[in-house]
Design a protein around this ligand. Structure first.
Ligand code: MG
Length: 341
């Protein structure tokens, strides 16, 4: 980046602008431990121990507000890390938790946050086995920052899944409705009363994803990613770009809740560009798509899963609209809702 430049909020928004900052932040010469390294910018990285592929990922959480409809920062801190492991085909095993807390923070709230984290751990089978706590002066931090790191293992019944593996002919599946988290956060933060409460989708997806992997022949899931910051639009563009393919999605089949679409329309926010915290995007060979879809739909977090598109030769992401037109789904410059995870 140019000399003298400063960090701006868009640098943390998961879009094209963030990519510029990452060029600075990933300029390590030592960035690979013999597997997938930092340069891949995948959901996690890998190394091998005793012939087993180990997946490692980390995430800091600065979500505002700390409590919101459908969850709180603790549930996001565990689920986000679990999901980054799960979309790579790994079983989450152990996690770390580091908290930086502002003086004056409510102990009752901390208890609630820890209880939510524990609940999400219970759902995913992982444990937090080490942590760190720091307290800073009142005013030097907005409440609390939680960092988690997670270690997972690719079991024999599973296989390593990248975000760059799409091939022409694949079907694109989304595991449920899009835009719920981002629009729940922004409407709650800004105090909009839309009558019908929007709820975050935040959830740990390991059990659902493991079932989907087991449901189809080994290797037929070619790519997977969780559409967090920048939403489905950023996620699918990144997947298409990394694989050097074109994705054609069908607006009609895209699952978006009516109240999410309505809130998005009112606020001028595209539900496809805001974060999800309990969804995954899957590229699967056409022959295995129905089996994967059926397995997702059997799980409570995947009930509204849908096949939304196909992979073809070319570049970019195109959406066939309801009225029979076509438009590009552009990668957003950044998620329009800041501090969402
Ligand atoms: Mg991810």
């Amino acid at each position: 980046m140019r000399k003298g430049a400063e960090v701006i909020m868009m640098h943390g928004a998961g879009g094209e602008v963030m990519g510029e900052l990452l060029q600075t932040l990933t300029a390590f010469k030592h960035n690979n431990a013999g597997g997938i390294g930092l340069e891949s910018l995948d959901d996690g990285s890998t190394f091998e121990i005793g012939g087993k592929i180990i997946v490692l990922t980390t995430d800091s959480h600065v979500i505002k507000p700390i409590f919101f409809p459908g969850g709180n920062i603790g549930r996001v801190a565990v689920s986000g890390t679990i999901n980054d492991l799960a979309v790579m085909g790994a079983r989450p095993v152990a996690m770390t938790c580091a908290m930086v807390i502002e003086e004056g923070f409510s102990i009752d709230d901390l208890e609630k946050i820890v209880a939510s984290m524990d609940e999400a751990l219970g759902e995913s089978g992982a444990s937090i086995i080490t942590g760190d706590t720091k307290v800073v002066e009142r005013g030097s931090l907005d409440g609390i920052v939680i960092n988690t790191a997670g270690v997972g293992v690719v079991d024999d019944g599973s296989y390593l899944i990248r975000d760059k593996g799409l091939v022409p002919g694949d079907k694109i599946i989304v595991s449920g409705t899009l835009g719920d988290h981002g629009l729940a956060i922004i409407t709650h933060r800004e105090g909009f009363d839309l009558g019908d409460q929007l709820r975050s989708d935040v959830a740990p997806l390991y059990a659902m994803i493991a079932a989907a992997i087991r449901a189809a022949p080994k290797g037929t899931i070619h790519a997977m990613k969780d559409p967090t910051r920048g939403g489905f639009a950023a996620c699918i563009n990144e997947m298409a770009r990394k694989a050097g393919v074109k994705v054609v999605v069908d607006q009609e089949s895209m699952p978006i809740r009516e109240n999410v679409a309505a809130a998005g329309g009112l606020l001028g926010i595209d539900p496809l560009q805001v974060a999800n915290e309990g969804k995954c995007v899957i590229g699967v060979s056409a022959a295995a798509a129905d089996a994967v879809l059926a397995a997702l739909k059997k799980h409570p977090y995947g009930r509204e899963a849908a096949i939304v598109g196909v992979v073809v030769d070319g570049i970019g992401v195109v959406m066939k609209t309801r009225i029979g037109g076509e438009r590009f789904i552009e990668p957003p410059m950044g998620d329009p809702v800041p501090r969402v995870c």
